[in-house]
Design a protein around this ligand. Sequence first.
Ligand code: NAX
Length: 329
Amino acid sequence: MTTTITITGAGGQIGYALLFRIAAGDLLGPEEKVRLRLLEIPQGLKSAEGAALELQDGAFGLLEDVEVTDAADTAFAGCDLALLVGARPRGPGMERGDLLAANAGIFGPQGVAIAENAAPGVRVTVVGNPANTNALIAAASAEGVPAERFTALTRLDENRARAQLALALGAPVSDVRRVPIWGNHSATQFPDVSHATVAGRPASEALAERFDDVTGWLESSFIPRVAKRGAEIIEVRGSSSVASAANATIDHVRDWVHGTDDWTSAGVVSHGEYGVPDGLICSFPVRSIDGQWQIVDGLEPDAWAQARIDASVAELVEEREAVRALGLV
Ligand code: NAX
């Protein structure tokens, strides 16, 4: 079998980090052949073409074919997995409304092109920011494609949260499970440790042994560290998160396709779960079963957690209102 994977913004930084891992089989395993379709804007074509040359030089046994284009219809033809990475960054003096509108101009037409050209079971992962609302715009524009096929990446936030919890408790990250992200991929996100386990033991017990005031630590240290990690990386590295973002994208899509044995996080369409308004693309604790994301049910966030979820969801509602005001969804 061969899977056709379309990567937008493939000439950019995250695209470059993604392409070689996909070609090496990290996404779909060592048996599945891949066909790559790289979509760029004209200014980004040379960079994507250069990456395509390097892909040839990798002599990857799984890589059947690479095509570089600036035409969305060509890029999404027969696409099984769409990774929407290319987005318009916030420029100097740009208000949030301007940013949403500029990105709507990208994700709206891409949603249309997906609906018209992609394979029937296409799965879409939006990485480009503002990821949740970009996914909402693409889904709203993709007539006939179920909204459940459009997701936003919050796995990087979850990976960061698991890593920070592991560091705080001196545990290997592989022992840390169930640290879902709720809400928006933004500074309002809520990384939730209340159901976390460390080597099978409730993290709450280990945290209570480690910190006198666990809630204080969550509020003043853990949550801001996770939510502002992107800014920390920019400050230290001088450039935004790239390899970790590509890694999380691989984690997200691989789990979507191959399934999970435990919870993870993804921005998925709400059907009113946990009071999140219908239709929003919101990050929840999820499992992937039979190729579909399912929101973990039956959780009972306490008042403290619910307030944080509500604040992030309110931001998503505002973003939706802003794009609605522009007539975009
Ligand atoms: P780069 O600026 O390096 O690359 C973006 C590429 O997209 C450029 O080559 C550009 O030419 C291309 N592009 C722009 N408009 C396009 C369009 N209409 N069609 C096709 N290609 C287009 O950014 P990079 O560091 O790769 O980041 C990409 C996006 O990921 C950004 O929006 C960034 O904010 C977002 N991120 C999202 C994360 C998440 O967890 N959801 C984390 C990492 C990252 O911040």
